[in-house]
Design a protein around this ligand. Structure first.
Ligand SMILES: [Zn+2]
Length: 178
């Protein structure tokens, strides 16, 4: 995605909205290939002293494999950002984490990929549905009351009660037969 800076450079300090999509190439991470939906960028930018200041959000979904059971795992990503772009010439030879732009055009692709890599989870593990990962979940005394053993009659009867570990017993039993 490219952004035309003509207006922003002509009116320093004034905010201009931008939005668009960036194709994110698949990334090899620890030998696994992570794929991404096109990243949606939205925000505003302004220019000051030949630098361009962007702020906004990046949204995408990362598609990987569960590190434990190899099932597909989708991780939604919603990343707020504030980044500075400097003219290519000015940034040369400088140790800087800023991105660069040339002329009156700013390309957001490097920034989008960098933001995603910085915010990826350390490893992909599918949540409650993963029998294998249930074994690895730290035991939590407070929440290990089986629904049918609950002393609270009202809670037992209430159909909509949220019981995050409701299926854990079944999952563990299944896991032992693997
Ligand atoms: Zn899994």
């Amino acid at each position: 995605m490219t952004i035309d800076l003509t207006k922003a450079l002509f009116h320093p300090g004034q905010n201009y909205p931008f939005s668009g999509e960036v194709e994110i190439p698949p990334q090899e991470i620890h030998g696994d290939t992570i794929r991404f939906d096109a990243a949606r960028l939205e925000g505003t930018l302004f220019s000051a002293d030949d630098a361009i200041f962007l702020s906004g959000t990046l949204q995408t979904t990362a598609h990987g494999e569960c590190a434990v059971c190899l099932s597909p795992v989708d991780v939604p990503m919603n990343i707020p950002f504030e980044e500075t772009f400097r003219k290519t010439a000015a940034a040369e030879g400088e140790e800087s984490e800023d991105f660069t732009y040339e002329g009156k055009t700013l390309v957001t692709d490097d920034m989008a990929t960098t933001l995603i890599l910085l915010n990826l989870p350390m490893r992909f593990v599918c949540a409650a549905g993963c029998a294998a990962s249930a074994h690895l979940t730290e035991w939590d005394e407070e929440h290990t009351v089986w629904a049918e053993e609950s002393e609270d009659e009202a809670e037992k009867q209430q159909p909509g009660t949220y019981r995050p570990f409701e299926n854990l017993k079944e999952i563990l039993e299944k896991g032992e037969n693997l």
